[in-house]
Design a protein around this ligand. Structure first.
Ligand SMILES: [Mn+2]
Length: 633
């Protein structure tokens, strides 16, 4: 194991935040502005910067007023559900607020003040008094009566996104709304437009086909909207702000929690000021409004411990909240997906009242996650058996698993495991029509941190798209050997032992105090894509195995305590050196350890404790002289 201090890092724990942010490319002169962006929307986009937004909201409201059937297509991922959920919930409440609850007062004042103009609102009160709850047609729940708009909420039966053929749409619909997808489904837009159906797309995906038949609200195609790193739910939030102005409400900010959830789950770049601001605003305790999200925090035991300001950290959204929901949205039936959506839009009394409907739905998500994991493990096992000695001599593993890959959704997950097991980049894919394609995952310690760029620039790949260490690839089957040769030529002579870029190297544990750990923990809310959590190298920590133990149901966690700091080694298999040493401890020998990992605090029974989460490590056997030296101060 090797580690290098990130180039020009101050390596100064007393200037912790400055050091880390500088290492992430935030210059000294931008430091204050960057910190301000956590609390102020300094990017300054408004909904007006989105093309077609006025036409979009007026079209939606017109159909609501007409009592038309409105089809809402829930896109199958966390950002998709959040996008649809906040639009649905906002419009339901807006409708009730305006027409049902205080219909006389609100409407009269609004009309008297001339506030509601530009769209037809019938002033005949009796029309509103006869309003009946509509529900949404496809739900199998009897909570229908809570919804007033004539919704037709639909999800995909297959793996489609956007307006695809695997969703069944009520032929009597008058409006199709597509949050978080569907910008490019030009043919389908045309088909429905010809039937007299309006289509409103509220999206953030790159536009490759320009549609003339749908109202497209999309930051990518809006020249005035500066942030191209904002997820679907962010664009929907802007739409809600526009509705606030149209309807004289101020409800958009009730959905900041889900705006944050969607942006984190869609892995948006948090170096973008606007995205950062909305993620930070949405994880603040006062922003937590969604009942199902509250339950999810409980179910996943996602607790921010002693943190007074935040209900969740972005990293916990990525690792705990999003994966089971995404597994459900990928593998579940259309009804399953609709259940998740229903949980997000229904008041807790309604869903908990149905014999723990929310709990049941979440349990189903977990089941899907487990079956996804099983499927991944089976694939790994099959692939593993066929990896030969000579394969392992290669610097990069190129694995043709055509025989074993049945579900392409899990190749990325399997490649990731294989990359960390063999500590080398893995290309895992299958051949179809003489074309080899699949997923690449690069092990965290691989010295070349620009693997994707290398593949792209080799000229041998047809495509290599995604992040540097996790991306999709494709090239003609006939190129496999020349690509293996290319990797050999590039990396064959290189020292490929794991090498980590670290923010700090601490060579004496005495130089960090519990208050440093506390400060590090207190900044945990900041980390996300683009501004990754800081990594530390801790050197020469003596090992006394009396203070180590094996934890967990599978006994696969090693906890080592030294100077009142818990060093946690999670998910260690039988080949793990630390585990082996602990199991066959020889007290006559002396060891020390170098660790690469992350620092923070854990809370157990309300008591905070300094903690190091170990990513990688190396054990060194010490001579007796070195040990003597340790005791001479
Ligand atoms: Mn999205």
């Amino acid at each position: 194991m090797k580690y290098n201090l990130i180039k020009d890092s101050r390596n100064d724990i007393d200037q912790f935040l400055k050091t880390v942010l500088e290492n992430r490319g935030i210059k000294d002169e931008d430091y204050e502005e960057f910190l301000a962006s956590n609390n102020v929307d300094i990017e300054g986009n408004t909904y007006d910067n989105l093309d077609n937004i006025k036409l979009g909201i007026e079209t939606i409201w017109k159909h609501i007023e007409n009592g038309d059937i409105i089809t809402l297509v829930v896109d199958p991922d966390v950002d998709g559900i959040c996008s649809s959920a906040i639009l649905f919930d906002y419009l339901e409440k807006a409708y009730k607020e305006i027409y049902v609850k205080n219909q006389n007062k609100n409407l009269e004042t609004a009309i008297n003040q001339g506030k509601i103009t530009g769209h037809k609102i019938d002033t005949n009160m009796s029309d509103f008094e006869t309003l009946q709850p509509q529900g949404f047609a496809t739900t199998n729940l009897t909570i229908k009566s809570d919804f007033y708009i004539n919704w037709d909420v639909v999800t995909h039966t297959g793996k489609g996104h956007g307006l695809t053929s695997d969703i069944s749409i009520n032929p009597n619909t008058k409006l199709i709304i597509l949050p978080d997808g569907g910008s490019n489904d030009v043919e389908e837009h045309k088909k429905w437009k010809e039937k007299g159906v309006d289509i409103v797309v509220i999206d953030h995906h790159q536009i490759t086909n320009v549609s003339n038949d749908a109202i497209i609200i999309n930051n990518q195609s809006s020249d005035n909207y500066t942030n191209k790193d904002f997820s679907g739910v962010g664009i929907v939030y802007r739409v809600l702000q526009a509705f606030d102005d149209l309807l004289f409400l101020s409800n958009a900010d009730n959905y900041l929690d889900l705006v944050s959830l969607g942006n984190i789950s869609d892995v948006m770049n948090t170096l973008s000021y606007e995205t950062r601001f909305f993620i930070q605003s949405g994880i603040k305790k006062e922003s937590l409004k969604n009942d199902f999200l509250k339950l999810l925090l409980k179910y996943t035991k996602t607790d921010t411990g002693n943190d007074f300001n935040y209900f969740i950290y972005p990293v916990d959204v990525s690792f705990k909240i999003a994966p089971p929901l995404n597994a459900m949205m990928r593998l579940g039936t259309a009804e399953d997906k609709l259940d998740v959506f229903t949980c997000f839009v229904s008041p807790m009394e309604a869903i908990e009242g149905r014999a723990g409907y929310a709990r049941k739905t979440y349990n189903k998500c977990i089941k899907y996650k487990e079956s996804q994991d099983d499927e991944r493990n089976q694939l790994i096992e099959l692939v593993d058996k066929n990896i030969t000695e000579s394969d392992l001599e290669q610097p990069v593993l190129v694995i043709d698993a055509t025989k074993y890959i049945t579900n392409t959704e899990i190749t990325g997950l399997a490649a990731m495991n294989l990359a960390s097991k063999y500590k080398k980049p893995v290309l895992l894919g299958k051949v179809a029509n003489n074309f080899f394609s699949g997923s690449v995952r690069v092990n965290g310690g691989f010295p070349d941190k620009h693997f994707r760029t290398l593949c792209e620039q080799s000229g041998l790949f047809t495509f290599a798209q995604g992040h540097e260490s996790a991306f999709g690839f494709g090239f003609p089957k006939s190129s496999i050997q020349s690509i293996i040769n290319f990797f050999n030529k590039t990396y064959g002579e290189m020292d490929l032992q794991d090498s980590y870029d670290v923010d700090f190297i601490i060579n004496d544990l005495n130089t960090i105090s519990p208050s440093d750990f506390y400060r590090i923990q207190a900044n945990k809310y900041l980390w996300g894509r683009g501004v990754e959590e800081p990594v530390f190298a801790l050197e020469d920590i003596p090992l006394f195995f009396v203070s180590a133990s094996l934890l967990g149901e599978k006994k696969d966690t090693v906890k080592y305590t030294y100077r009142n700091i818990d060093f946690m080694f999670f998910k260690r298999d039988e080949n793990d050196k630390m585990k082996q040493l602990l199991e066959k401890y020889d007290p006559k020998k002396n060891y020390s350890i170098n660790i690469v990992g992350k620092l923070g605090m854990s809370t157990f029974m309300g008591r905070p404790k300094c903690q190091v989460i170990v990513d990688d490590y190396e054990i060194k056997e010490k001579s007796n002289q070195e040990i003597l030296d340790d005791f001479i101060f």
